[in-house]
Design a protein around this ligand. Sequence first.
Ligand code: PLP
Length: 461
Amino acid sequence: MTSTTTSTQDALASIPTEEAEVRRLDRAHVFHSWSAQAHIDPLPIVSAAGSYFTDYEGKRYLDFSSQLVNVNIGHQHPRMIQAIQDYAARMTTIQPGLANDARSEAARLISEVAGEGLNKVFFTNAGAEANENAIRMARLHTGRPKILAMYRSYHGATHGAIGLTGDPRRWGTEPHTVPGIVHFWGPYPYRSSFHSETPEQETERALAHLRDTIMVEGAQTIAGIILEPIVGTNGILVPPPGYLAGVREICDEHGILLISDEVMAGFGRAGEWFAIQHWGVRPDLISFAKGVNSGYLPLGGVVLSDAVAATFDDRVYPGGLTYSGHPLACASAVASIQIFKDEGIIENARRLGDEVIGPELAKLAEKHPSVGDVRGLGVFWAVELVRNRQTREPLVPYNASGADAKPMADFAAACKAGGVWPMTHFNRTHVVPPCTISEDEVREGLAILDLALDTTDTYYA
Ligand code: PLP
């Protein structure tokens, strides 16, 4: 056996250092998510730090996407890197049937921030697996088969999670192959499914619609309602006042569990540990991933209420994963939560939303006719672009591609040319930088967005 240093160097020696070779190997061997493989050309990235990442030509991008809205703590946070290196030097993996110090502490910390009565954590590797387990727990706890999920939701890309997802463009053979899932409409004041004219009306009508759905399906058949407390991928839809409290009430009336999917909205993104805390509502199950450790290592999980957890005191929970509670991933979550507390990261996200991003986006909406709506909380914002403010016709149609998508492609190109990496979805751009971003960096990014919106204005009718 050679020395540790030499063998480490040897083990990584085959990784290519030239951009062209990275691209060639990617094209030859990597099968990418959500893509027609022959039609993509992913940009190779060489390094990242703080709110920025850098390509092989040395061009730096301000990360207004936090990658997939997960790098809440920023890139390469030095204390995170140190913690991972330190823990890895002692141990990397131990199977979930043995106890582990980092896992115990991560579970304690996550329960603590989840709030009263939410004291147990089942760990997964990511968000979709968290939701898979949350709905199984709900079904086993209640003995009922159905789960209600919202249209316009995104809950992940495994079999059950994609069935929960209320977005046809994500479906392959689902939902026909995933039984027991019923979709309903949630609130979306800007494009109300209920033709509401005020947020209050939207709350009232969306709750009436949910009650109708439950009546038709039969309350006794429904195990749980899963929702994103702020819908993320499909538009950063902040619920109108009273909606989530109303859903909680309906759940309580019928013995239905409320599952809060906090995979995207949690861990500081919306300026709270968990977004549902904005409205003082306590769910029965919380699914989380992404921001728990900013994706430095894969980690997700489900927080269980005491009542749901008690179901499995004397009854076997028929589920598990080889990497459930992976020690190194859990150690990174412990470090991340500690850093969040030490550095006031949740408070930073909340302040930036209230004092900088919200007011600045409102100014952009006044200035640019193509901005139809801006909405959000913390560092979780959407700018919705339209061809016409009166008709609210989206700047590009739902599921746009090719020439139809050109206005948003022009917008994204203008952002990138200016040094901002945007997150665009159809007729929206999401402003979702790391929760650690500084006020100066936010302002720098918003100034570039301002310029890029000149391009979308040219399509305004
Ligand atoms: N739930 C929500 C709300 C999400 O936004 C996502 C991912 O974006 C998921 C679940 C799935 O998480 P993962 O991709 O880690 O499986």
